[in-house]
Design a protein around this ligand. Sequence first.
Ligand code: PGA
Length: 257
Amino acid sequence: MSHSVEIRIASDADTASKNVAEEFAKALQLKPSIVLGLATGGTPVGVYQQLVSLYQAGKISFQQCTTFNLDEYVGLGPDHPQSYRYFMQTNLFDHIDIAAGQTFVPDGVSNSIQDSCADYEEKIQSFGGIDLQLLGIGENGHIAFNEPGSDSNGRTNVVDLTENTISANSRFFESIEEVPRQAVTMGIGTILESKRIILMATGRNKAEAIARALEGEPGDDSPASFLTTRENITFVLDQDAASRLSGPTIRRTKEIL
Ligand code: PGA
């Protein structure tokens, strides 16, 4: 494993969320025009709650900032309650002072989805790239919707979801049949170009994926393992997600109380 990866282990998920939110808040204070990369799913909900509280307390403003989300389901429009655009509006954007035109989420209902993927890449570049990217991890080691086997240089594209991902995400839908089979996702190459990355994972169901990502050689069986090939990457874990790490890895972690 690359020793440039910083690992923080928190006593619980709330503490992990607070730690990540504080880092986002500091980055915003330092550079109000920051370009943030944002994630959806169960993991970042606590981070967004913290950021909304910090905004309400007058500690941070998103007025000058721009955001790019990692991914979106193919076929779900912005008004669909399970779309990632809807998730972002209801969990964060509707509660803060960010300008509507400054929040970007891949378009899952475009008529020419390949063109809109290329446009998304260009848009990120036009804002100077992503300064700080928040990531979750799948039980199978995916980052965004880059499933095992994905190209480590991949760009924003349409991908097929694996059965594991469809089943893991079915908890948000009425039934598993309603989970889209495809998504638009930033590629691993796109993600790796972010200037700083924080991967957050909580819960025992992520422990295996975390151990594989951080230990052993980077390989396409674990998309998250490619993160260890770069600088300026931090994994923020709760104790459950860290529970399968080996002694040597644990010994070089930072504890967050
Ligand atoms: P989760 O998803 O936060 O809902 O566990 C994370 C992911 O699949 O990347």
